[in-house]
Design a protein around this ligand. Structure first.
Ligand SMILES: Cc1cc2nc3c(=O)[nH]c(=O)nc-3n(C[C@H](O)[C@H](O)[C@H](O)COP(=O)(O)O)c2cc1C
Length: 192
């Protein structure tokens, strides 16, 4: 079993999504110590914006690097992603990674019946951190384009992602502590 651990926060040791994604990994490894790990830190080693040369059809070094990202994703049985909210959606570092894994003919296909997701048997767990509150009844609900976006994107390729969410972390120090504790409770209850 292979686990791919991805982080995208720019906040280093102050990152909440990094604390949570590490907690998810710890929980899964405790249940299955034989998990084979791979790690991608998209803030420490950012991928470039996708461009013509980095599309898999090309034979450039950039295209080969994109193929490596895609193959690493396809090879993983479980993918754990730390996803902070920046300006109401995912960081551009994480978008650059997604641009390498949404590839026609590999992870989805267009056919007479429309779009078909081609990814099967993969578990994706996303650890989300956001400063404000975005529940259905909150004033900012319509600004939520992180969880909804990732649910759509992974759904598009055939995956129903699981979310662990810490929100309201920027409202006060107590709000941050409470949000992290609640998310850690969700992690402890995750099926492993
Ligand atoms: C560049 C930047 C943009 C942010 N934009 C938002 C935002 O649009 N909405 C929000 O609720 N919080 C926003 N925040 C707060 C973060 O979502 C919050 O700090 C969260 O913990 C980020 O995850 P991280 O700690 O893993 O980096 C922003 C923070 C930064 C640094």
């Amino acid at each position: 079993m292979k686990l791919l651990h991805i982080d995208s926060s720019i906040l280093g040791d102050n990152s909440v999504s990094r604390i949570l994604s590490a907690g998810v990994v710890q929980r899964l490894v405790a249940a299955t110590p034989s998990l084979e790990m791979s790690r991608r830190d998209l803030a420490a080693e950012p991928l470039t914006h996708v461009d013509l040369a980095s599309l898999p059809a090309d034979t450039s070094e950039a295209a080969l690097a994109s193929t490596d990202v895609l193959e690493e994703f396809i090879a993983a049985d479980v993918v754990v992603i730390g996803a902070p909210m920046y300006n109401f959606t995912i960081p551009s570092q994480l978008k650059a990674w997604l641009d390498r894994i949404l590839i026609a003919g590999k992870t989805f296909s267009y056919g007479p019946e429309g779009v078909q997701g081609l990814v099967t048997g993969k578990r994706v767990i996303v650890a989300v951190s956001r400063g404000n509150f975005y529940g259905a009844d909150s004033p900012a609900a319509s600004f939520e384009h992180l969880e909804s976006y990732l649910a759509s994107v992974f759904g598009f390729i055939g995956i129903v992602p699981e979310f662990i969410v810490a929100e309201g972390v920027a409202t006060s120090p107590e709000g941050r502590t409470t949000a992290i504790a609640a998310a850690q409770g969700e992690i402890a209850a995750l099926a492993a």
